[in-house]
Design a protein around this ligand. Structure first.
Ligand code: FAD
Length: 804
């Protein structure tokens, strides 16, 4: 065993072996993998080995494509078979809604280059004659689906890594991790200690235990999962080609051929967790006792839908555990505040995702950047609020819904309410329909009297359409009041604060008492944040950003922080706020204070602190609605007082509570982008239309050279706003955009812009098409709708309302 290494990967399942392989491929040869037992001895060995490219997040789907295409390369390097069977697959829809969902999946696949075919039931039957046609209404065919041999794949990664310089220590358990002063780690094992510059937690079923070694609570939980293998089926035995991979949503079932029979697995509704608190170290190559009663409801449907399987009978039942994160996607990346500790855990589809996870993590370690948009897999998307009990509730929910439709406007109920602000009960009493973001409850919209405050889930316009229209009307004609507590809030202080921020952000820092908007770029010049930056005093700045990106941004801020002269702290918990917006918002604000709030005294993009009623507030003259408006921030203990004041004084000005749905609609008519939709780490600031917020003449800043190049050469694509010919359904994001019949781009977000009465989409198209107003189409629920690029915002293009 080596005594000093660059990287020690802990865990020899499919994920750890993939990370090891990719590190060697990226050029780091001095790397080792430490495995407690034999390779594959966690959840990997008993996996069904199924793989597919489809994922709700297109960026994760791309990494799944990468994984599946990697197996050939692995076999060539290692000489080890991965047992790849590309059979093709069908997803069967039993309801009209599911068919709509499949249409959406097909549309999303278009710009990823996936060749997904929507096929009839007859065609599906032709390809998969075991099904009973009566239960289905259509299907989606994907030629790149199939299965692999789990052990073959894991060993192929391991062998290829060894050939490229890595070492693997089997039957060696890591028992302790101790960090040295220089940031490297003492990796204590049963067979001695290795000093590693970096460690990777790829502990799979033991991800929590390997996390606890460094005081980390990993939000993962294992669920029991069962599949059965049938006896020989004559139709299968007689078939000249291998049976397809099948997903049957109504039965919550997946299937593939195994020998001359079929393998049938299910994500049952009554799923149960395994080893909720602690995974036993002596669990090795073991299975759990089968429990057919638990999956009986799914099996009944399965036997009805595929009678040949019932006729053949069950040969074997496998019950094994594997881990999930609360939202079902992997958790990868560095951990905030823990130098040189990396995770690749919660990978629930190791054979579709393992390659992409290994590639992204190794890129991140070797080059400082994952090299792909891994926001959907980044461990930083969960904060310290994602405790074990939270994880337990969400993972159960996620497991039981694995094959259920998640509607674009659907909010899931588990683990709620968890984080609330003091005003929660008041909003509830005002008939708010709540959503959740980063664990925090926030109002989506308010149901009028006589309407139940519950949103009907749909792919089309829902029952919120009318009430949201009224909320938008209030903002454009009178004044709207919206809680803004779900923004992330940071305070940056110290003598070095200004210089540090100026190096971190692409825009210049504001003058005292002023506000600027600023993108933040990574060293490759791509967008990793967009912020409102306020200079409160010489050595104090406030930064407001996207709520769900809090850990992501704090991790970056802290990694870039100089040793002295700058303090950064999150004000998430103690600063809460409301925004008031609309032509009467100034009158409302004036009614709360003796200070002069006229345009001269409190102009657009200015910031001041003064008393409102009986408490002090910080006021910024800007809103995301594109209207005259203010953001008002107070200590959390004053939030109720502020709310009551706004409501009581607001009556005079016909003020109305509004929710984030209305805000989302209002920002569309101003073409304002938002984080994780229009602004993501795959876009440069010029393609995202943030030109005016990038100051290339100021001091050097992170990503400046690339930004300069992007400007000089000109962006290859551009964010545009489109008006879509609409009926009863709007875009939700990720639809393909075609020009003259050819797919050229994708939608990032959109919806109905109530005030201007247009269905609107924001999205990226090639820069050379930006001036082509006509000829565009966007696919919504299987129908191509005409779309038109607009060159200026639909509402108040000169910004007179905001500035007035
Ligand atoms: C019944 C079943 C069916 C499945 N079907 C599919 C499927 O069809 N398709 C698919 O893609 N996925 C499937 N999966 C999921 C798949 O198995 C997982 O995605 C995958 O195994 C995760 O791999 P991993 O490397 O993260 O974890 P694991 O396989 O659990 O590996 C972790 C490894 O780390 C080692 N380890 C942990 N702690 C230490 C330590 N302290 N020191 C040394 N070593 C340590 C363990 O011994 C273990 O070998 C299935 C799972 C089950 C249970």
């Amino acid at each position: 065993m080596k005594s000093h290494v660059r990287v020690a990967v802990i865990g020899g399942g499919v994920v750890g072996c993939s990370v090891l392989y990719h590190l060697t491929k990226a050029g780091w040869k001095d790397v080792v993998l430490i495995e407690r037992d034999e390779l594959t001895s966690g959840s990997t060995w008993h996996a069904a080995g199924g793989m597919h490219t489809i994922n709700g997040d297109p960026n994760v789907a791309k990494l799944q494509q990468y994984t599946i295409n990697l197996y050939k390369e692995l076999e060539q390097i290692s000489g080890q078979s991965c047992g790849v069977h590309i059979t093709g697959g069908i997803m069967l829809a039993g309801t009209a809604e599911r068919l709509d969902w499949l249409k959406m999946v097909q549309a999303r696949g278009r710009y990823l280059g996936m060749e997904l075919d929507l096929i009839s039931v007859d065609e599906a039957y032709h390809r998969f004659p075991l099904m009973d046609k009566r239960y289905f209404v259509g299907a989606l065919y994907d030629p790149i689906e199939g299965h692999v041999d789990p052990s073959g794949v894991t060993n192929a990664y391991a062998k290829a890594a060894r050939i490229q310089g890595a070492e693997i220590y089997r039957f060696t358990r890591v028992t302790e991790l101790k960090q040295r002063a220089d940031g490297s780690w003492d990796v204590v094992t049963e067979k001695g200690t290795i000093v590693a510059e970096h460690v990777v937690n790829a502990g799979g079923l033991w991800a929590r235990e390997v996390g606890r070694m460094v005081g980390l609570k990993m939000p993962v939980l294992a669920m029991e999962h069962q599949y059965l293998i049938s006896e020989e089926i004559p139709e299968v035995a007689a078939s000249s080609s291998e049976m397809l991979h099948v997903i049957d949503f109504e039965g919550e079932i997946y299937m593939r051929q195994e020998g001359k029979g079929m393998l049938m697995g299910t994500y049952e509704r009554a799923g149960i967790p395994w080893s909720e608190r602690q995974t036993p170290w002596n669990f090795t190559h073991e299975l759990l006792p089968p429990d057919l009663d638990r999956i009986a409801p799914s099996l009944e449907v399965g036997f009805r839908h595929y009678p040949a399987i019932e006729r053949a009978g069950i040969k074997k039942v496998i019950n094994g555990p594997f881990t999930f994160a609360p939202d079902g996607n992997p958790l990868i990346g560095p951990i905030r505040g823990l130098r040189n500790y990396w995770v690749a855990v919660g990978v629930m589809a190791g054979f579709s995702q393992g390659g992409g996870v290994g590639l992204s993590l190794s890129n991140w370690m070797v080059h400082g950047d994952p090299g792909a948009d891994v926001w959907g897999m980044d461990v930083a998307r969960f904060g310290d609020w994602a405790t074990m009990a939270y994880t337990n509730a969400k993972v159960r929910e996620n497991y039981s819904r694995r094959f259920r439709i998640r509607f674009p406007n659907e909010e899931l109920p588990a683990a709620r309410p968890l984080r609330t602000t003091p005003v929660y009960d008041r909003l509830k009493a005002a008939r708010a329909v709540f959503g959740v973001s980063y664990g925090l409850e926030h109002a989506l919209w308010f149901a009028p009297a006589g309407m139940e405050p519950v949103e009907q889930v749909t792919f089309k316009r829902s029952n919120s359409h009318g009430p949201v229209a009224e909320e938008c009307r209030a903002v454009r004609h009178d004044v709207g009041i919206i809680e803004t507590s779900n923004f992330a809030k940071y305070e940056v202080t110290g003598p070095g604060a200004e210089a540090w921020l100026s190096r971190l952000l692409a825009n210049r820092t504001p003058r005292e008492g002023r506000v600027v908007l600023s993108p933040m770029l990574n060293p490759q010049g791509k967008l990793i944040g967009d912020f409102t930056v306020i200079k409160d005093s010489a050595e104090r700045f406030y930064i407001f950003g996207s709520g769900p990106a809090e850990q992501y941004h704090l991790r970056w801020f802290e990694a870039q922080r100089p040793d002295r002269g700058v303090q950064i702290r999150s004000r998430r918990a103690d600063l809460t706020g409301f925004s008031i917006a609309g032509p009467k918002s100034r009158q409302l604000l004036q009614a709360l204070t003796h200070e002069d709030v006229s345009n001269q005294s409190l102009p657009f993009m200015s910031f001041r602190s003064f008393d409102l009623g009986m408490f002090q507030a910080r006021i910024g003259r800007l809103t995301y609605t594109g209207d005259l408006g203010y953001e008002i921030w107070v200590g959390v203990e004053y939030q109720l007082a502020l709310f009551d004041l706004l409501i009581s004084k607001g009556r005079e000005f016909s003020a109305r509570l509004i929710g984030s749905r209305a805000l989302g609609s209002l920002r569309l008519e101003k073409s304002f982008g938002s984080w994780a939709r229009e602004y993501r780490p795959i876009y440069g600031p010029f393609e995202a239309g943030l030109d005016r917020f990038v100051d290339l003449r100021k001091n050097d800043f992170i990503g400046r050279d690339h930004a300069q190049r992007e400007r000089d050469v000109g962006p290859g694509r551009r964010l545009v706003t489109m008006v879509v010919e609409g009926t009863d359904a709007d875009v939700i994001g990720d639809e393909p955009i075609a020009h003259d019949g050819k797919v050229v781009g994708w939608v990032t977000s959109g919806g109905y812009a109530h005030h201007v009465r247009h269905s609107v989409a924001l999205g990226y198209v090639p820069a050379n098409l930006v001036r082509e107003a006509a000829g565009f189409g966007i696919e919504i629920l299987g129908l191509w709708r005409q779309a038109r690029v607009i060159s200026e915002p639909l509402f108040d293009p000169r910004g007179d309302r905001m500035r007035g």
